[in-house]
Write a protein that binds this ligand. Sequence first.
Ligand SMILES: [Zn+2]
Length: 295
Amino acid sequence: MFNVNTVIQTQGLSTNSSTSTAFEEHSLERHSQFHEQKLIEKFCRATQLVKLIEGTVENFLRNYRRTRKPEEALAPLRLRLDFNYVELVEHAPQLLHLVVEEPLQFAEAVKYSVYGQVRDLLKANANDNGIKAIDIAQLHTHWRLVDLPLQQNLLYNPTQYLYRLGLALVNGFLSAYTPPETLVLQSIWYCAGGCLRNAIQTSSTDAPLCPNCSRPMSEYQKLRVTENYRLIAVLPAECAQNPRSVDCIYRPILVRLRAHTYDGDLKLGANYVITGYYCGTASSYQFEACHLRKA
Ligand SMILES: [Zn+2]
């Protein structure tokens, strides 16, 4: 639907930089990612989020101890993490900058930071159970940025099809939505050939091959982890002030709305404020909601 090829062509242009410079840049990047993850960890400890992480790990371990099934060691850890604007300003203003400018990088940093915290908690509990580590594919961090004031310096109200690449704002009237669609977050597989191997898939529901005997594996259907999402169409708020322009129509903006990004029902015609970001993949280029609320 959207052609993104013209947008993502910055990589591969700087071919004349020396190897050592590339290496320095790489380690600098590694350092900054580490720094971001540490900031997120610090923020979690300063707020209620650390309790949420601890509680999720406790539930995971309790469940495993109860059943002692190897596939339960691959069960998902789902965390809905609300990053509150006031708390970000108070405890980690650098993170606020990151989430507004680079929401995808922020999402990665959240995932890896929480993974590190989960790993530490598992190590601390290592004597009570057989689980020493989890796969990062088991961790699903649903983050939201809430109570963000709608200031020009924080968000940009897109008009005339001009979007910034960081966090952006869509404000308008809900004109249509799809029925809930299912997004598979994680599936767990076993080898039916008696190899006692398990595997996790995140981005596909195709059967993986057993690492031992190379046969296609079977899925534990009941352990599939899903989330719903809808695609919604939002007409820009300007169309209410100026409903009739000769020879012009207002086109809606399409937004993907995952279940964790909003509470309550959607009402056609209601005015919503959505923060989010454009998320380009090979096949689509859509506005991904980070949080939706009534205007
Ligand atoms: Zn096998």
